[in-house]
Design a protein around this ligand. Structure first.
Ligand code: FAD
Ligand code: SF4
Length: 327
C-alpha cells in the first residue's frame, strides 16, 4: 500500500491549482488510477478527487452536436437517448467496453485517459525496462510476447496499444476535447510514442478535461462500432472499427465515410486511406473489401501480433458492410 494525501476539490479552479503539483493525480471513477497504484505504476503524493465538481457530469444536445461532461459515467452516456440516436457508434463503443460495474463507476474523461494494458508496463518488478514508465530504460515487449501490441504508429521505443474504445468512435466523428484551458481536436490529442513514449496526450501537467464535444453529422447518425476480441465481454479489442456512412440521394454512392481503428495502434487511428478509397464510389462488397486492405498501410508487425494484419481489414470490411446494410 502506498501513502498519499486525499483532497476533494470543490471547484474547477481549486482542482486545477491542486493538480498543478507534479506529485498529484486526479481521481474520477478511479478504475484506472487505483489499478495502476496497486501494480506499482502510479505513485501519487496527492489524490485530487474531482467527482463532486458541478456541471461536469452533464450531457447536453443541440443542433451542432452533443457535449458530454468529463464526469458523465460510461453507462449514462451509453444509455443517453440522444447519443444512441445521433451517435450509435459512441454508445456501442461504451457498451462493449469493460463490465457493467466498471461502466457505472468510470467516467468519460478517465476513459479517454486510461493507460496502456501492456503487461510489461504494468509489472515494474518483473520488467524494469519500459520506456513509457522509465524513459530510456528500454522496451521489454520487443523481446517478449507481442500478441496484444500495436502494428500502427509504433516506434523502436514503444509498441504499446492504446486500449480504449470510446476514443476510437470519437476519432471517427472529429470530436473536440475541452479542458480547463483550451479545445483540442481529438486528432491532435493523443501522441504516438516517437521520442517521448511516456507522454501519451498533449495535456499539460495538471490540465483537466472538462468535456467532449461530438459534432452531429449524417455519417455519425448512421454508424456502428465493431469490436473483435478473445471473448464476448469484459475484454479489450484485438481489432475494432468505428464506421459512419452517408450515401448520396441515389442510395448507393458514398458521400461521406468515416473509419477509425482500435486495438491495433498506439493511439486511436483514423483510416484515411480507406475513407479516400471509398468516397465517391458505389457501395458494394468488392470495393469495400479492396479498400479495407488499406487499413494496414504502413503497419509493422512482430511474430506475436502478425495476426492483426490479417484480422484488421476483415473487421473494417465487416463494419462498413454492416453499416451499409449489405451484411
Ligand atoms: C478489468 C478492466 C477491463 C476494462 N475493459 C475496457 C474495455 O474493454 N474498453 C475500454 O475502453 N476500457 C476498458 N477498461 C478501462 C476503463 O474503461 C477505464 O478504467 C475507465 O474508463 C477509467 O475511467 P475512470 O473515471 O475510472 O478514471 P480514473 O481511474 O479516475 O482516471 C484515469 C486517469 O485519468 C486521469 N483523469 C481522470 N479524469 C480526468 C479529467 N477529467 N481530466 C484529466 N485527467 C483525468 C486520472 O488522473 C488517471 O490518470 C477496463 C478496465 C478494467 C479495470
Ligand atoms: S511496449 Fe511500451 S509500455 Fe510496453 S514495455 Fe515497451 S516501452 Fe513499455
Amino acid at each position: 500500500m502506498i501513502d498519499f494525501d486525499y483532497t476533494r476539490a470543490k471547484s474547477l479552479d481549486e482542482a486545477a491549482s491542486l493538480a498543478a503539483d507534479p506529485g498529484a493525480a486526479l481521481l474520477a471513477g478511479g478504475t484506472t488510477l487505483i489499478d495502476l497504484a496497486k501494480c506499482g505504476v502510479a505513485k501519487p503524493r496527492t489524490v485530487v478527487d474531482i467527482t463532486r465538481l458541478p456541471d461536469l457530469p452533464a450531457i447536453a444536445h443541440n443542433e451542432d452536436g452533443a457535449t458530454i461532461g468529463a464526469l458523465a459515467t460510461m453507462s449514462r452516456v451509453a444509455a443517453d437517448a440522444g447519443v444512441q440516436a445521433r451517435f450509435p457508434a459512441v454508445s456501442q463503443s461504451l457498451l462493449l467496453a469493460a463490465s457493467a460495474q466498471l461502466r457505472n463507476m468510470a467516467t468519460i474523461g478517465g476513459n479517454l485517459l486510461q493507460r496502456t494494458r501492456c503487461s510489461y508496463f504494468r509489472d515494474p518488478a518483473g520488467y524494469p525496462a519500459c520506456n513509457k514508465r522509465r524513459p530510456g530504460s528500454g522496451c521489454s515487449a520487443l523481446e517478449n510476447v507481442t500478441r496484444d501490441h500495436a502494428i500502427l504508429g509504433t516506434s523502436d521505443q514503444c509498441i504499446a496499444l492504446y486500449p480504449g474504445d470510446l476514443a476510437v468512435a470519437l476519432t471517427a466523428f472529429d470530436a473536440t476535447i475541452r479542458t480547463d484551458r483550451r479545445e483540442i481536436p481529438i486528432a491532435d490529442f493523443f501522441l504516438e510514442p516517437d521520442g517521448a513514449p511516456e507522454r501519451e496526450t498533449v495535456l499539460d501537467p495538471g490540465e483537466i478535461v472538462t468535456a467532449v464535444h461530438v459534432p452531429a453529422s449524417a455519417a455519425a447518425a448512421n454508424s456502428t462500432y465493431l469490436k473483435v476480441r478473445d471473448r464476448a465481454s469484459y475484454e479489450f479489442a484485438a481489432a475494432s472499427a468505428a464506421v459512419g456512412l452517408e450515401l448520396e440521394p441515389d442510395g448507393k454512392t458514398i458521400r461521406d465515410i468515416r473509419v477509425a481503428l482500435g486495438g491495433v495502434a498506439t493511439r486511436p487511428w483514423r483510416a484515411e486511406a480507406v475513407e479516400a478509397a471509398l468516397t465517391g464510389r458505389v457501395l458494394d462488397e468488392a470495393s469495400v473489401r479492396e479498400a479495407s486492405r488499406s487499413a494496414v498501410e504502413g503497419a509493422k508487425s512482430w511474430p506475436g501480433n502478425r495476426y492483426k494484419i490479417e484480422l484488421l481489414p476483415r473487421v473494417v470490411a465487416r463494419a462498413i458492410l454492416k453499416v451499409g446494410g449489405i451484411r
